[in-house]
Design a protein. Structure first.
Length: 364
């Protein structure tokens, strides 16, 4: 099967990116400078990620809010035009169909799906659709660039006709960027601050990219691949769907109680009774941050022990942190071991390596 390409694909190839299949798209994992350099550029200056492979599902119609209130975990009624909100879709077993950000345009909404879940999410909301609601999958038409880091604001401000400084966190404004209609959202997946730019039906992707890089030239702007996107999100303890959360994960075990609103008007929310039970009684396992004290790199699937051979959980994500220069991981442990500073161990190549539960984020 031929891989899909984002509108910026040829630019990545020209820049010498290492490309790979990610969710059916040919995507850049890293550029010649390497993951560590890209990671640090985002923390210290500004980096650009092509995330056009992500989904854009649109919900409209007179019953849009009522419908979303009964498929989304968070309180959709709190959203007003220009606001965004983190959410997930609970399934009938109290697991997670996907996590996503909902954007409100007043009388319609955009739901930004994880790339691997676009078809799955669209089917899920279609299966739960009520009268008075229209659904549209515009994923193929949407280009998305995440411009992240302390110099992101100054870079974007040179190019758009809106005051970027006036956009609060988890909010967006619409404007013009060299003839392209662009949505500028104060959101991101790096913990370094920054913005995400959404362009529907982009006319000239190469010009858009070049203008952005020209504007960031004085800050030594860098293109950033999916490798550094993963290390940056992991340092913040942000969940990655398919690793840290999936169809079988109870949101309360994953620490997502804060975005689970079991309120009036959400009576038909899938799995509501299971979620209410988890809220009241807790869960057997909890997602925690774990920092390696000994040598080695923690990886997904490694066992977590109590340090004396007793298995107490497993890792779901792990890496060598470029900023902290130590092994960090996310994983599920028995609730008794969830407190920060609890001493645990990670089994690496048959040996228990000393580790400790850390209060997230790793990168403070």
């Amino acid at each position: 099967m031929e891989l899909k390409k984002t509108p910026f694909h040829d630019i990545h190839v020209k820049l010498g990116a290492k490309m790979t299949n990610f969710a059916g798209y040919d995507m850049p994992i890293q550029y010649p400078d390497g993951i560590v350099a890209e990671h640090m550029a985002v923390l210290e200056s500004v980096g650009v990620f092509d995330v056009s492979h992500m989904g854009a599902l649109f919900v409209s119609g007179p019953k849009a809010e009522e419908f979303l209130q009964n498929v989304c975990s968070n309180d959709i009624s709190k959203l007003t035009d220009g606001k965004a909100q983190y959410n997930y879709y609970p399934n009938d077993e109290g697991g997670i169909v996907d996590d996503f950000i909902a954007y409100c345009f007043g009388d319609y909404y955009m739901l930004v799906a994880n790339a691997a879940n676009i078809e799955k999410d669209f089917k899920w909301i279609s299966d739960h659709k009520i009268d008075g609601v229209e659904l549209e999958n515009r994923s193929e038409r949407m280009s998305i660039l995440a411009v992240q880091g302390p110099k992101a604001k100054e870079t974007i401000q040179k190019l758009v006709d809106i005051d970027v400084d006036s956009i609060p966190y988890y909010s967006f404004h619409r404007g013009k960027f060299h003839g392209e209609e662009v949505l500028v959202s104060n959101t991101g997946y790096t913990g370094a601050g920054g913005y995400e730019l959404y362009i529907q039906d982009i006319k000239d992707p190469e010009n858009f990219w070049n203008q952005l890089f020209e504007a960031g030239k004085e800050f030594d702007i860098k293109p950033v691949g999916l490798g550094a996107r993963d290390t940056l999100r992991l340092e913040m303890g942000f969940c990655l769907y398919g690793n840290d959360i999936d169809d079988t994960t109870n949101p309360y075990a994953a620490g997502l109680g804060w975005t689970t609103k079991l309120i009036d008007g959400k009576e038909n929310l899938p799995g509501r009774k299971i979620l209410e039970d988890a809220k009241a009684n807790g869960t057997k396992y909890r997602l925690v941050g774990i920092e390696l004290k000994g040598r080695g790199v923690p990886r997904e699937g490694y066992k977590v022990t109590d340090g004396n051979g007793k298995e107490i959980g497993h890792l779901t994500s792990g890496t060598m942190s470029p900023a902290l220069k130590k092994g960090i991981a996310l994983g599920y442990v028995l609730t008794d071991y969830k407190k920060p500073e609890t001493k645990v161990a990670i089994e690496i190549r048959g040996k228990e390596v000393e580790a400790e539960v850390i209060k997230l984020p790793f990168r403070k």
